[in-house]
Design a protein around this ligand. Structure first.
Ligand SMILES: [Zn+2]
Length: 56
């Protein structure tokens, strides 16, 4: 169930800012934002995901 807010989360890599093509699958993770909401971050590849995990 994709809302426009969900789609926004997939537009760029959560680490390096690389634009992501909305139709492809990318590695993603969730985290709790400052307001307690569950947020989704997508990454251009698994290396960016791993690097983000390491720095989180
Ligand atoms: Zn990236």
């Amino acid at each position: 169930m994709a809302s426009s807010a969900d789609r926004d989360a997939f537009e760029v890599c959560g680490r390096c800012g690389e634009p992501l093509a909305g139709t492809d699958w990318y590695p993603a993770t969730t985290y709790v934002g400052a307001d307690g909401a569950i947020l989704v971050l997508s990454f251009c590849d698994e290396h960016c995901l791993a690097a983000w995990d390491d720095s989180a």
